[in-house]
Each structure stands twice: as structure tokens, then as C-alpha cells.
Design a protein around this ligand. Structure first.
Ligand code: SF4
Length: 178
């Protein structure tokens, strides 16, 4: 098992005092940098930062970051969910490590989508059905993984099916490999 022990920390990000979102951090006792290219090969939409080194991806509306001695899950609604999400990620890393001989590691790096690229795939009517004042605000939250494409009701209409598919591809800018 790659990650056997860790110290768990739950916190509200210091840049968002009073925010109703939580993060969970696992401080590891072993260096797990070797798993990063394997995760990069299988995690849909992962972005590899070889210089850091780090791997980040969006999942279920939150952000996951894996570093040599740390796994972080952020933007989760409550402390319990943050802890559960972190434990799921650690389980996934351990399972992946066990079958690494079957996986070709990837050192590919990808660029995350910009808010404007995302905005261009939205209906651009500013109808507010998503609860945001404008489509661009919604695009900013999509990029930050605080909202999902399905939170835009018009986008679920058949006339926007191609845009919705393109948006999903853009937000998860890698082929499904898990
Ligand atoms: S629901 Fe969709 S179309 Fe309406 S404002 Fe939100 S993002 Fe724009």
C-alpha cells in the first residue's frame, strides 16, 4: 500500500475566511511523487505540473491536488464531505498503485480551460436560471469547479446538446481512461 498513514487536517481556506466551504488535507509520511504519472495516465481531466511536482483535477464539484507529501481536497460543502472525499482519493491512489504494472505512465501536461473558452459554450442569454447574475459568472464558477454544466437548465435542452458535449470535453480535457 502506498499511503498507509497520514495526518488529517480539515480547514476553511485562509483566502476565504467565513466561507461555507471546507478543505481536507492529508499530510503523508512517505513521498508519493512516483504515482503522479500513473494518476496522470488514468484520471480524466487531470493536469500534471511536473515542475512542482503536482497533479490536480476536478471531481464532483471540488478540486483534488496531489503532491509528494500531501493530498488535498478543496471546495467541499461541509467538513464530513471533505473528509470522505479525501479518503476516497487516497483509496483510489492506493488501488492504482497496486496495479501500476498494467498502466503506462503519462508525463503529458495540459492547460486548464479559460473562463472565456467556457463562456463561449454557454447559451449566453444571462437568464439567471442557474442562480448566477450572468453566464460569465457561471463560467467562472465552472472553471473553479464550484458549479457543474448541468446547473444551467437551458444547456440541457436538446438544441444545446452539442455545446453541452463540447463543454464537458473542455472541462474534462482528456479522454476517459479510468
Ligand atoms: S442558466 Fe445558463 S444561460 Fe442562464 S444565466 Fe446561467 S449559465 Fe447563462
Amino acid at each position: 500500500m502506498l499511503i498507509e498513514e497520514y495526518d488529517l487536517e480539515l480547514f476553511t481556506p485562509p483566502c476565504e475566511p467565513g466561507a461555507e466551504r471546507f478543505s481536507a488535507r492529508a499530510r503523508l509520511r512517505t513521498d508519493i511523487r512516483e504515482v503522479l504519472p500513473y494518476l496522470n495516465a488514468v484520471v480524466r481531466g487531470a493536469i500534471y505540473h511536473p515542475g512542482a511536482p503536482a497533479l490536480t483535477w476536478k471531481e464532483d464539484g471540488h478540486t483534488v491536488a496531489v503532491h509528494p507529501y500531501e493530498v488535498l481536497v478543496s471546495e467541499v460543502q461541509d467538513r464530513e464531505s471533505a473528509q470522505a472525499a479525501l479518503e476516497r482519493v487516497i483509496e483510489r491512489i492506493n488501488r492504482l498503485w497496486e496495479r501500476r504494472d498494467e498502466i503506462t505512465p503519462s508525463y503529458e501536461t495540459r492547460r486548464p480551460p479559460t473562463p472565456m473558452e467556457v463562456f463561449q459554450l454557454l447559451p449566453q442569454t444571462n437568464c439567471r436560471a442557474c442562480g448566477e447574475p450572468t453566464c460569465f459568472t457561471f463560467a467562472l464558477k465552472l472553471v473553479a469547479a464550484q458549479r457543474k454544466p448541468e446547473d444551467c437548465p437551458p444547456l440541457l435542452e436538446s438544441r444545446y446538446a452539442e455545446q453541452l458535449a463540447a463543454l464537458r470535453d473542455l472541462l474534462l480535457s482528456a479522454p476517459a481512461r479510468t
